[in-house]
Structures are given as C-alpha cells and as structure tokens.
Design a binder for this molecule. Structure first.
Ligand SMILES: Nc1nc2c(ncn2[C@@H]2O[C@H](COP(=O)(O)OP(=O)(O)OP(=O)(O)O)[C@@H](O)[C@H]2O)c(=O)[nH]1
Ligand SMILES: [Mg+2]
Length: 654
C-alpha cells in the first residue's frame, strides 16, 4: 500500500540533490573563472553538509498505553505483516527509543544503554560517542519474528530497592512495587535504545523517536529538553478510551505546550483509539457524533481549537494494512495523519535548509558576479583605449603608456595608503580573538564542575550554575562589543577600498556576533527555564540535576569552541575578497602595459589585441549569464509554506 511518507521524502530528497547539483556546478564555474580559493571551497563544503547528513526526526510523546508504539508500527512497519516494536497493554516501551539508519556503520543493530549510567554525570550525547558503554543485541532484519523478538529487549525491567530507584532519578511517588519481591520496585533496565536498520524511510534520513510514559519521561531531562526540541515534528498522543487524564495533562503542560516555538517544530495532538467509540449496533452517524464530542472535550481540556485534534485508530490501521482491507484503512484515518506528518516534517526541514544553505549560496554567487563585473569594467576601459588608436597614433600610444604608468604608480600608492587601515583591522581582530581565548572560560568551568561534583545540596548547584551563567554572559558581552568594533573597521576598510580604487565593491561578510549572542542566550534560557521545573521535581540533591547541568556546561563550552573556530576563520578571510580584487586588477594593468609596449613597436597586431579583449569581455558576459541561471534555479527551489497550518498547534498559538 502506498505511504505518503515515501512520496514526500522522495520529493524532499530530489529537492536536496537538485540544490547539491547547482552548488557543484557553481564550484566548477568558480574554478573556470579563477575565483576559486580555499576559503570559498570551505564555505561551499559547509553548505553541502546539511544537505547530506541531516536526520528528520519525528517524536511520539504521551502517557503510557496511549498507542505511541502501535502508531509507529502502523505508520512505518506494516510491511513486516506484524508488530515489530513491542506494543502491549500496560507500560511497554521502557526507555526512549530512536529508530534510524546509521549511515556510518551501515549495518543493523540494537544498542541499549544500561539504566545505571544515570549515576554518572556523563550526558547521553557523550554516551552516543562511546559504543562500548552500550549493550548490543544483533538484529536479523530479514525475519519479522527475529526482529520483533530482539526489539522486545526494550521492554526489559529490573528489580531494585526503592532507595536505588530514587538515586537513579525515579520519583518516589511513581515507583511500582515488584510483583515478585515486596521489598523491591520495578524500574526500566535500560536508559536509552538506539535501533539502526536499513528500512527504506530510515535510509532516507528519517529518525523516529518513541518515548515511554510520564514516569520515565520526567526522569530524563536530556530527553525532554534536548531531543524533543530538536525534532521536526512531535505527535502528542491521547487515548479515546481514557480521555484526557491528569497525567496526560501533566505531560502536555510540562513538556509539549510550551516547547520552544522558534524551533521550527510542528506539534500535533492526536486522539488515538477512536475505534473504541465505534459501535456495531449504532449508526455511523451516531458514532461520528460521539467522536466529535470526544474531540471537542479534548480540545477544551488542552485549550486548543477542535480542528487541531486529529483522530486516528492506530490498531485498526495496522490491521487494515496487514490484511489489505481498504475500507478499514479509510475508517482508521491513518492516511490523513500520514500526509500531515510527512508534510510538516519536510516543511520544517526545508525551511531550515532554505535559510542556512540557499541564502548563503545566493550571497556567494552574487559576490562572485560582482568580482567578475569589476574585471569586465576594467577590460572595457582598456578596449576603449585601444579602439581610440586610429590612423597614425604614435603620440596617442605614448599618451596611453604614460597614463598606464600613472595608473600603476597610483595603484601602488593606494596599496600603501590602505595598509594602515588593514593593519588596524588586523590588530582589532587579535583583540577580538583574545576576548574569547581558550583560557577565558576555564576558571569558571573548573569552579562549576568542581561544585557539580562536590555540592551536597541542589540549592548549591543552582547557585553555582547562576554564577556560571553570569560569567559566560560577561564574556559574550565583551566579545559582542569587540566584534561590533571589528565589523565597523571592516566596513570602513571596504568603503575606503571602494573609494580609493574606484570600484564597486562587495559588502564585507560581517562577524555574526549578535546572532551568536542569541544562540548562547538560547542555551542558557533553556537551562534556566528548567531550573524551576527541576527545582520542584528534584527536591534534594539529585544526579539528574547534576547531569543536566554538566550537560549545559558541556554545551556552553562547545559553543565557545565553535565560536572561536568561526572567529579564527573569519579573521583570516574577512579581507581576502579585497586581496583577490587587488591581484586581479594588478594583473590587468600589467597586462595592458605589456600590450601597449608591443603596440608601440608595431601596430600590426592592434586588431588582434582588440579581438582578444572582446573575447575576454564576451566570456565574462556568458559566464555571468550562467551564474544568473544558478541564482534563478536556486530561487525556484524556494520551499512551499505552511500547508498544514490548520492543525499545527505550535504555529496556531504563536
Ligand atoms: N483499540 C485500540 N487499541 C489500541 C490502539 N492503539 C494501540 N492500542 C492498544 O493499546 C495498548 C498500548 O499500546 P502501545 O502502543 O504499547 O502504547 P504506548 O503508548 O506505546 O505505551 P508505552 O510504551 O507503555 O508508553 C496495546 O495493547 C495496543 O494494542 C487503537 O487504535 N485502538
Ligand atoms: Mg510504547
């Protein structure tokens, strides 16, 4: 049976490879036109990266037994003819589970991170880079039975004392007594599961995040604060059999409703198990009325519009797909959900790619065109000079040679004149670099990390985190101030250059200090927002709080590291378009000098030389046309927008 995901992801894939192709052609074009440099090569390479490796993440969140896993089975794995992921009554999925295809290892696997790792301050993202810390279960993808058996490990639990459970971050009031041993409680055996297997959609870059209910959701801040906001779309699942319960509301209020709105994230409220309202003895009309009523109650409780509640029956959809039962499939309403999710997933991603890749590529192309244009203007000038050499023009040639000598002299003079401004900018970039030197953060980081290890109370942790943020913000403020000064100097150097050399000039690429400041603020805000939340949930000194903070410290450190790298590459390249221009211009005047010298000896070649210039000018015209085509074909790739706005909660409430 067809699946909207395939079509939409295919369209998305070819959209991406079209863009990749345009960029490759542009690269060749730059080479041909001698506009290629290592800097540009690096920028083009960086542009191609997001086109290649980005995952599209679709997350499923909700209280236990709402049918998250059943829905995933029916959306993506019905081809196996049976349930692949474990879905049963009661608590089933015990830990967050990511399904994707690991392109680097390109082999199927199931990796499980033991729950005890929660005692360490190491974050989940750090564990991802340490495969040895995970328990690996082989996956035989060819057999549905073997697959489903292996994946059943995700549901494993273990018996521990209540104290052990609490030290692992589980809340006391949520603990469930063990059936076998009165003194013990039952907790998940694993903290996180990674499932890599070569399913068609996963191979195309889809990543599905299945999560457990409130119990486990609330004890893993990295999941709620990092993985969820990074997804492209989130499905919040409710059950028509239970209605909106207190714990559904708790998840909605704490984790979904207020998810950062500017994350290009689509959130959907899905009312599953509508089949429980189907009644063989009632008319379809009556059933529809009951469903409608349920939808309106749900919407009222979530405080959203009824049009934003999508109804579905995951189980009937799975049955219908396995049995090829068309009318049941239609009744399950799965297709509507499929098209909605696949569109939203891609829309969000396309928008991000558009903003990061295409806008930057467009500016690279326009810059290159400007350089060519300057060259062409100089050539036109030289051609006009040669064309003025009619009749006996010995005197005219002498005049031109003189003018050319003057040109060369002036050129060298201007070079000297512009040097102080260049040096000023170089010095300022050094100051700017030292404002974010490798050592500026280290004292703060050391103190904070020491406190994270030693502090006896959560209050102490919070206090030190606050101090850490004050220090980090001060560094960023200093950096922004110096960066603004540096940008001003770069602008004035470019302006001086344009005035002195009388050339239309590109704008310098300014250092994006303000944007980086906002990025850092977002990291801090995300952490601060959770202070209150963590503060109320984790009263006494807790590993989860520690781990979360140490994650924040790592994030801030890696933010500064990348900012520093960006800054180094920026300072190395900010003046390179100017140096390139100077080189080209110098070549042009020196060439002209040679030509004039030859002409002064014999004018026999005048026509040939004019033709030569004409050829160069025509070539530039043609090349400019080609590059115009790059621009227009990139513009053609502008993503379609906001098709699925009606049911998208995050955009409707914006
Ligand atoms: N009637 C009916 N039952 C459903 C539907 N979807 C899921 N179920 C059943 O509900 C039970 C729970 O489904 P799961 O998919 O395990 O639920 P979950 O949300 O993943 O639960 P946890 O993994 O425990 O967080 C299973 O017995 C499913 O077969 C549905 O649309 N209709
Ligand atoms: Mg589940």
């Amino acid at each position: 049976m067809s699946n909207e995901f395939y079509d939409n992801i295919d369209t998305f894939e070819s959209w991406k490879s079209d863009i990749g192709r345009i960029l490759s052609r542009f690269r060749l074009w730059l080479r041909r036109n001698e506009l290629f440099s290592e800097t540009i090569d690096q920028r083009l390479f960086d542009l191609q990266e997001p086109l290649k490796s980005e995952y599209l993440t679709l997350a499923f969140v909700g209280e236990f037994s709402r049918g998250k896993t059943e829905l995933i089975n029916s959306l993506f794995f019905s081809d196996y003819g049976q349930r692949i992921l474990p879905s049963e009554a009661g608590r089933t999925t015990m830990c967050p589970t990511e399904l994707f295809y690991d392109r680097r290892e390109s082999r199927p696997y199931l990796r499980l991170l033991p729950i005890e790792t929660r005692l360490e301050a190491t974050t989940l993202s750090e564990y991802r880079k340490m495969p040895a810390q995970w328990t690996e279960v082989p996956l035989m993808t060819a057999s549905a039975q073997e697959m489903s058996l292996a994946l059943h490990t995700i549901t494993q639990t273990k018996q521990v004392t209540p104290e052990e459970a609490i030290s692992l971050g589980f809340k006391e009031e949520m603990l469930e007594k063990s059936e076998h041993d009165e003194t013990k409680v039952e907790i998940p055996a694993w903290r996180h599961a990674l499932v890599s297997f070569p399913h068609e959609l996963l191979k195309k870059g889809l990543c599905i995040l299945d999560t457990p209910g409130l119990n486990a959701l609330g004890s893993e801040p990295e999941l709620t604060l990092k993985l969820l906001p990074q997804a492209q779309a989130i499905v919040f699942l409710l059950g028509a059999d239970t209605g909106v319960t207190a714990s559904d509301m708790a998840i909605w209020e704490s984790y979904i409703k207020n998810l950062e709105r500017d994350n290009a994230l689509g959130t959907y409220a899905v009312l599953n198990k509508v089949d429980t309202l189907w009644d063989e003895l009632s008319s379809r009309k009556k059933v529809d009325k009951a469903v409608k009523k349920m939808v309106s109650i749900t919407a009222r409780q979530l405080e959203i519009d009824p049009s934003q509640v999508i109804t579905v029956s995951a189980q009937k959809a799975l049955v219908a797909k396995v049995r090829n039962d068309r009318s049941l499939l239609i009744r399950s309403q799965i297709s509507e959900l499929e098209s909605l999710l696949s569109e939203s997933l891609l829309e969000n991603k396309e928008e991000v790619i558009w903003q990061t890749v295409i806008e930057e590529a467009t500016s690279l192309i326009s810059d290159a065109q400007q350089l060519l244009n300057n060259k062409s203007e100089k050539l036109l000038e030289q051609r006009a000079e040669l064309e003025s050499l009619t009749g006996d023009s010995k005197a005219r040639i002498a005049e031109l040679i003189k003018a050319n000598e003057k040109d060369i002299k002036e050129f060298e003079h201007r070079l000297v004149a512009i040097r102080p401004s260049q040096r000023l900018l170089e010095r300022q970039t050094q100051i700017l670099l030292s404002s974010i030197g490798a050592s500026v953060l280290s004292k703060e980081v050391e103190v904070t990390l020491r406190e994270l290890v030693n502090s006896k109370t959560t209050v102490g942790l919070f206090r030190h985190m606050r101090q850490f943020f004050v220090a980090v913000r001060t560094i960023m403020k200093e950096l922004t101030r110096e960066a603004e000064l540096t940008n001003k100097m770069a602008l004035s150097l470019y302006k001086k250059f344009a005035d002195d050399f009388d050339m239309k000039l590109l704008e310098p690429k300014l250092f994006p200090a303000k944007k980086l400041g906002r990025d850092l603020e977002a990291i801090i805000k995300e952490s601060e927002k959770l202070h209150n939340n963590l503060f109320t949930t984790f009263t006494e000194h807790s590993v989860a709080v520690k781990r979360f903070f140490s994650g924040t410290v790592t994030d801030v450190m890696s933010f500064f590291k990348t900012t520093r790298q960006e800054l180094i590459s920026w300072t190395q390249n900010v003046a390179s378009p100017l140096t390139h221009q100077l080189r080209v211009q110098r070549e042009l005047i020196n060439n002209h000098k040679k030509e004039l010298a030859e002409l002064s000896k014999s004018r026999a070649n005048l026509d040939g030389k004019i033709k030569g210039l004409n050829r160069l000018i025509e070539e530039i015209e043609m090349e400019t046309e080609t590059s115009d085509k790059f621009l227009s074909s990139l513009q053609d790739k502008r993503p379609r927008k906001e098709k699925s706005n009606i049911v998208r909660i995050s955009s409707a409430n914006r």
